[in-house]
Design a binder for this molecule. Structure first.
Ligand code: AMP
Ligand code: FES
Ligand code: ZN
Length: 330
C-alpha cells in the first residue's frame, strides 16, 4: 500500500480515516491532529507551563515528545510506585522517562511513593483492603495535583488514548455510573484547588500512539504494570475492537456522541471542596483520602502513632523554598 501524501510505502493504514501514511508523513499528520484536539477543547496555549504525567509507557512519552515538538513548555512528572515485578517495572519506567527528558532537554520531576507514604505500592496493597490499583490511582491523582500546584504549573496533561477512554465510557454506561459520566471529559477546568487536567490524545488509538513512538525512536516500557490485571477493561476493549473492525470509526463516534450529550449527566451541584485539615489539598470533608491512607499505612506498619502519622502526612509548603516532594533536578 502506498502513502496517500507521497509515493513511498505506507507503514500504517487507518481504516477510520481511510488513510495510509509512510513513516515520513506520519509524524506531521499526528502532530497536526494533536494540535487540533488541543485547540478544540481549549486545553492550553504556548504561554502555559504544562506538567506531563509520564508513566514510561508509549502514550505518555509520545505525548511529552509531541508537545515539545509542537513548541509547548512541557516538563515531565514521574511517580515511582516502587513496583519491582519482573525486570524492575518502576525502575525501568523511570529510566525510559529520564532518557526522554535528557533527549528533549526538559526537566523530569520524580516523586517516590515509598518516601511520601512510608511504603511502596505492593506493601500498601498488603496493608490495606484495597486493590493495588485503587490505592495507586488515588495516590497518582493526589501527587499530580499537589505537585502541579506547588511547582506552579498551569495544567496537568495525561496520555489517556481513545481505546482507554472508550473502554471507560462503555463501562460507565453499562453500570450507569452517573457521577463518573459527569466527569469524563478531555478537559477538567481548574476549581477550588484542583488544577486543570487535560487528555490531548483522546482521539488517538493505541496503534497510533505506538506508531508515533516507533517512528520517533522513543524507547518505552512495553510491559503492563503487574497489578493492572484490568481483566474487565480488557474484555471491554476486545468487544469494542470487534465493533470497530465491523464499522471503522465506531469508537470515535461513540465518544464524540457522548461528549455532545454529557451535560445530561451533570450533577446539579458538585460537592463543595474544602482544604484538607492536614495537607491543605482539596477534599469534600475533613481529612482527605490520601492523608487517611498514609495514616492507615503507617499505623499498620507500626511505624508511627496516629499523631506522628498525621505529622508525616502534613507537607511543608513551597514557601520554604524547598520542593515538598523529591525532585532530583532541584
Ligand atoms: P494508566 O492509568 O496507567 O492507564 O495511565 C494513564 C495516564 O496516567 C498515563 O498516560 C500517564 O499520563 C499517567 N500516569 C500513569 N502512571 C503514571 C506514573 N507512574 N507517573 C506519572 N504519570 C503516570
Ligand atoms: Fe496502578 Fe499498577 S498498581 S498502575
Ligand atoms: Zn490531606
Amino acid at each position: 500500500m502506498r502513502c496517500r501524501k507521497c509515493p513511498k510505502k505506507a507503514i500504517i493504514y487507518m481504516p477510520e480515516h481511510r488513510l495510509a501514511l509512510c513513516s515520513a508523513c506520519y509524524s506531521p499528520w499526528f502532530l497536526e491532529h494533536t494540535e487540533r484536539t488541543i485547540r478544540k477543547f481549549k486545553m492550553f496555549t504556548r504561554r502555559d507551563r504544562i506538567l506531563v504525567a509520564v508513566s514510561g509507557g508509549k502514550d505518555s512519552l509520545s505525548l511529552w515528545h509531541a508537545l515539545h515538538t509542537l513548541g509547548y513548555e512541557a516538563d515531565g512528572f514521574y511517580i515511582d510506585l516502587g513496583i519491582v515485578g519482573r525486570d524492575g517495572y518502576s525502575e525501568q519506567s523511570k529510566q525510559r522517562c529520564q532518557e526522554l527528558a535528557d533527549r528533549l532537554g526538559r526537566r523530569l520531576h520524580i516523586v517516590r511513593v515509598a518516601e511520601q507514604v512510608g511504603a511502596p505500592i505492593p506493601e500498601i496493597k498488603d496493608l490495606t483492603a484495597r486493590e493495588a490499583c485503587s490505592a495507586c490511582g488515588l495516590i497518582k491523582r493526589y501527587f499530580m495535583n499537589r505537585y502541579a500546584l506547588e511547582a506552579e504549573y498551569d495544567v496537568i496533561a495525561t496520555g489517556h488514548n481513545l481505546d482507554d477512554e472508550v473502554a471507560v465510557l462503555f463501562s460507565n454506561v453499562l453500570h450507569w455510573n452517573r457521577g463518573y459520566l459527569a466527569r469524563q471529559y478531555p478537559v477538567l477546568d481548574e476549581r477550588e484547588g484542583l488544577k486543570k487536567k487535560v487528555k490531548p490524545f483522546v482521539y488517538f488509538t493505541e496503534k497510533q500512539t505506538t506508531v508515533y513512538a516507533l517512528v520517533n525512536r522513543i524507547a518505552y516500557v512495553r510491559d503492563e504494570c503487574p497489578y493492572a490485571l484490568g481483566a474487565t477493561t480488557l474484555s471491554y476493549k476486545d468487544i469494542l475492537a470487534q465493533l470497530e473492525h465491523q464499522a471503522p470509526g465506531t469508537k470515535r463516534r461513540f465518544l464524540d456522541g457522548f461528549y455532545q450529550i454529557r451535560a445530561l449527566f451533570a450533577e446539579p451541584e458538585a460537592p463543595a471542596l474544602v482544604p484538607c485539615s492536614r495537607c491543605g489539598q482539596p477534599t469534600t470533608a475533613g481529612v482527605c483520602a490520601y492523608c487517611r491512607l498514609v495514616e492507615h499505612v503507617q499505623r499498620r506498619r507500626g511505624l508511627a502513632s496516629t499523631s506522628v502519622a498525621a505529622e508525616a502526612a502534613s507537607p511543608r509548603s513551597l514557601d520554604h523554598q524547598e520542593p515538598v516532594l523529591h525532585d532530583p533536578g532541584s
